[in-house]
Design a protein around this ligand. Structure first.
Ligand SMILES: Cc1cc2nc3c(=O)[nH]c(=O)nc-3n(C[C@H](O)[C@H](O)[C@H](O)COP(=O)(O)OP(=O)(O)OC[C@H]3O[C@@H](n4cnc5c(N)ncnc54)[C@H](O)[C@@H]3O)c2cc1C
Ligand code: SF4
Ligand code: SF4
Length: 401
């Protein structure tokens, strides 16, 4: 798929990969729907178009070479699963769920398992979007703690990693679609060794727009032009969303209000056809370990913070075992059969994905190429009626676009 077609079909998630490899030919800015998107300043050379077609998460989703992911079609390969939190009370409190991704990143660096961590950092381009950076110290890693529920191009500096010395060891933290693209790029780069990389991700229900973030700030009483910073989660789990103005005034709202009623209602169209919101291609993936209420749905009740942690490779299980032995994380067993109840939206999205893709094809639109995600094997888990509704919902949404 060409870059132009990816954008026209609304498949561009704004990861920044294309801008990273062709900085002179591509401009990158917010579009009219509040998402970040590339635009061509001049035609791309043929090899750049081919590279983007192969690795752009809006064009090609290929998890078929993922390490041993075939065993559990619903939740991907599970080598080790638990409910965990960082034993540093600061990191646990500042983290989105249990601060586990931050603690792991710091541990990998401290133990020399990696030389640097590539992840999203604080915003340099205004409060509503975050840009990626490279952390080489515990302090830098800890400043990047927490979920950023807004358009953020994690792969905007991925060229630095792809052009790095062959012996350099990296941890990469990114959304599932970005991790899958990053892993495949590393695998295809002849001078790099995939074994020198640790890919870390999280469950992802979709990327909210910058417009939704502005709407949220207005709703809670700080005009978007006065916003200086947003902390989406923390100080407990799920924790409140806190927005600070340029004059230091703070306004806050609950996670349920921020995500449930505003941010989660304006997610990118590409996320609606995402076959992998669960980090199938990561070495390790974290999620919220929501408790369930009496009806069996997540209660979102406030607690000190726990992350659901899934290791998908032996490499990740080994460093998790090291962290438990060194008392860096507290660990309790978790039954994989509970994921469906703690994460009902992920269950719904994966088991109805085929119907939503069929709806796109019915409307003569081209979906991205999707390989190896297991979604065709689990279509019957949601039932026929749910899939018919998913098909109809997708058709309706596309007509509105
Ligand atoms: C857009 C989005 C949707 C999500 N949807 C779900 C969901 O449906 N179910 C669920 O259980 N969990 C979801 N999460 C994940 C959840 O919010 C926590 O991030 C996860 O539980 C890990 O928490 P932690 O305390 O271990 O991570 P922390 O220690 O707080 O570390 C978070 C790490 O993630 C990185 N990060 C944060 N936001 C982004 C981003 N937008 N893009 C790339 N990297 C980022 C940070 O830089 C940091 O390195 C979502 C997160 C995001 C950003
Ligand atoms: S998804 Fe990423 S690589 Fe693809 S067009 Fe958008 S910014 Fe470029
Ligand atoms: S839902 Fe899927 S496509 Fe959307 S940001 Fe998350 S991983 Fe990427």
């Amino acid at each position: 798929m060409t870059l132009k077609k990816i954008i026209e079909d609304n498949h561009c998630i704004g990861c920044g990969l294309c801008k990273s490899i062709s900085p002179a030919q591509i401009n990158f800015s917010e579009n009219s729907h509040g998402f970040l998107e590339p635009s061509l300043l001049e035609n791309l050379p043929h090899n750049a178009e081919a590279f983007i077609s192969e690795f752009c998460p809006g064009s090609n989703i290929d998890i078929s070479l993922a390490p041993e992911n075939k065993e559990d079609y619903m939740w991907g390969r599970i080598k080790k699963i638990g409910k965990a939190y960082s034993t540093s009370s600061n990191t646990r409190l500042a983290g989105s769920s249990g601060g586990v991704i931050t603690e792991i990143s710091a541990y990998l660096l401290a133990k020399g398992i990696v030389d640097s961590v590539y992840h999203l950092k604080s915003p340099d381009e205004g409060p509503f979007t975050f840009t990626p950076g490279i952390s080489n110290s515990d302090d830098e890693i800890k400043k990047s703690v927490g979920s950023k529920y807004t358009a953020s191009p994690t792969l905007l500096r991925i060229n630095e990693l792809l052009e790095s010395e062959s012996t350099k060891k990296w941890a990469v933290v990114a959304k599932p679609c970005e991790i899958s693209a990053a892993r495949r790029m590393v695998r295809s780069a002849k001078h790099l060794d995939e074994n020198n990389f640790v890919f870390i991700s999280f469950f992802c229900a979709g990327l909210p727009s910058i417009s939704a973030n502005k709407k949220l700030s207005s709703k809670i009483g700080i005009p978007p032009e006065d916003v200086s910073s947003i902390i989406y989660r923390g100080n407990g789990c799920p924790g409140n969303t806190i927005i600070t103005s340029n004059t230091g005034r703070q306004a806050s709202t609950t996670y349920k209000e921020a995500w449930g009623n505003t941010l989660g209602r304006d997610i990118h169209p590409r996320c609606k056809i995402c076959p992998d919101g669960i980090g199938l291609d990561a070495d390790l993936v974290c999620a919220d370990a929501w408790d369930m209420d009496d009806s069996g749905y997540p209660s979102f009740s406030e607690n000190e913070g726990f992350s659901l942690v899934i290791s998908r490779t032996n490499k990740a299980s080994a460093f998790l075992n090291g962290m438990i032995a060194d008392d860096k994380i507290s660990w309790a067993p978790y039954e994989s059969s509970n994921i469906q109840y703690a994460q009902p939206s992920q269950f719904y999205r994966r088991t109805t994905l085929v119907s939503r893709i069929l709806a796109l094809k019915f409307l003569m639109k081209s979906p991205p190429k999707i390989l190896g995600t297991g979604v065709s094997k689990i279509i019957f888990a949601a039932g026929l009626l749910t899939n018919i509704k998913a098909f109809a919902g997708m058709v309706k949404r596309q007509w509105r676009l």
